[in-house]
Design a protein around this ligand. Structure first.
Ligand SMILES: Cc1ncc(C[n+]2csc(CCOP(=O)(O)OP(=O)(O)O)c2C)c(N)n1
Length: 387
């Protein structure tokens, strides 16, 4: 894992110390829920000491991708609110659904659609229990996931789907996280070229976030093993302007991601307003983000002497045999408590108001955006004035 923090973006969107603390608290809540979904069927907020019967019989789900997915999601939320963006979110590694379901639940959409999984202790318990459970919540970003138009089980199509959503949709921003493993598939490797078809006058924009967490199940990925300069050259060659967010210290990474993502959003808006002012559909060098963060970021660093965070072992269930092994049960409890859930959720089990206020409202929530929910959209004539 590269310890060095590097970035090519200009400094814009710098966060205050309080902003960093708040966004980190929101992300901690996401990570707590993602891990809770994989392991717990009871005692969702750990208000009682963790016991074997609180743990699911079969542990299924993908932890490794989840923290990077929710990290990207919460940073998009900040900019949706700041710029009133009309944005949707696609997870290429859709197996990392806990990293998407968590912010979707926290912004209230989940309870609106599935009232038995409401924003309280009983609802959270049900939400955890049903995840990756027969007849329950799918382990990928299935169509039942509010705001999901991309399931992400068969790797390779996220960028194509993102562009499909952006074409003829001038006001839409489509954020798409691409796994570094996914990026090795034929369809995805070719789809990087889709930027050549994007018309800045009449299409929306696609903001890819290449998630370099280093491993595809238990093999290293090619893109995570080539040099920084080689990646930058590769994506410049594809016609993108790559910006790097690299590291593992959460506070530093929040600052870097905030600055970089805001720079990208400003760049997209500048490209679009220039093109729309003069009506010329020029090919633009759209921005993209390369997020190099550890696989299973914030999870257990080592289990019984074996490295987990930042390694292939974090891909799926980082800590197995929890019900029958008291030492592992203790490790799980320690890990879950490291997110300090008692600071994040109120007595009823709802996210505290200070953090709830960080999410966009109503249809601006990516999980409730009409472009992704099949809801009634204005007819194309509403975009009149564009060629
Ligand atoms: C086309 C295809 N090939 C193989 C798989 C099996 N598979 C599931 S997850 C995964 C690794 C994905 O790695 P990456 O895209 O980097 O995601 P992350 O590391 O964030 O989990 C693979 C190969 C798949 N889902 N689809």
């Amino acid at each position: 894992m590269a310890q060095q923090q590097r970035q090519t973006g200009r400094r814009t969107g710098t966060l205050s110390g309080t902003d960093v603390q708040q966004i980190d608290a929101y992300w901690r809540a996401c990570n707590y829920l993602a891990a809770g979904m994989i392991y717990l069927q009871d005692n969702p907020l750990l208000r009682n000491p963790l016991k074997p019967e609180h743990i699911k019989n079969r542990l299924l789900g993908h932890w490794g991708s989840s923290p990077g997915l929710s990290f990207t999601y919460v940073h998009l939320n900040r900019l949706i609110r700041k710029y009133d963006l009309d944005a949707i979110f696609l997870a290429g590694p859709g197996h990392g659904a806990p990293g998407v379901l968590a912010p979707v639940y926290l912004e209230g959409t989940y309870a609106e659609i599935y009232p038995n999984k409401g924003e309280d202790v009983a609802g959270m318990r049900q939400f955890f229990k049903e995840f990756s459970f027969p007849g329950g919540i799918g382990s990928h970003c299935t169509p039942e996931t509010p705001g999901s138009i991309h399931e992400g089980g068969e790797l390779g199509y996220s960028v194509s789907h993102a562009f499909g959503a952006a074409f003829d949709n001038p006001d839409l921003l489509v954020a798409v996280v691409v796994g570094d493993g996914e990026s090795e598939t034929g369809p995805l490797a070719t789809a990087w070229h889709s930027n050549k078809f994007l018309n800045p006058v009449r299409d929306g924009a696609v903001l890819p976030v290449l998630h370099l967490n280093g491993y595809k199940i238990n093999n290293p990925t090619i893109l995570a093993r080539i040099s920084h300069d080689e990646i930058a050259s590769l994506f410049r060659g594809y016609g993108w302007t790559p910006h790097f967010v690299e590291g593992d210290d959460p506070a530093t990474m929040h600052q870097l991601m905030a600055e970089t993502m805001e720079h990208c959003v400003q760049d997209i808006r500048r490209i679009q307003s220039d093109a729309r002012r003069n009506g010329k559909a020029m090919r633009a060098r759209w921005p993209m983000i390369v997020l190099r963060s550890p696989k299973g970021w914030t999870g257990p660093k080592k289990v019984h002497g074996h490295a987990v965070e930042g390694y292939w072992r974090a891909h799926q269930v980082p800590l197995s045999d929890v019900r029958d092994n008291p030492a592992n049960l203790k490790l799980l409890e320690k890990w879950l408590k490291s997110y300090r859930p008692q600071e994040l959720f109120d007595a009823n089990g709802q996210l505290i108001q200070e953090l709830k206020a960080l999410a966009p409202q109503g249809p601006r929530r990516m999980s409730a955006n009409p472009h992704a929910t099949g809801a009634q959209l204005p007819p194309p004539a509403a975009h009149a004035g564009l060629p």
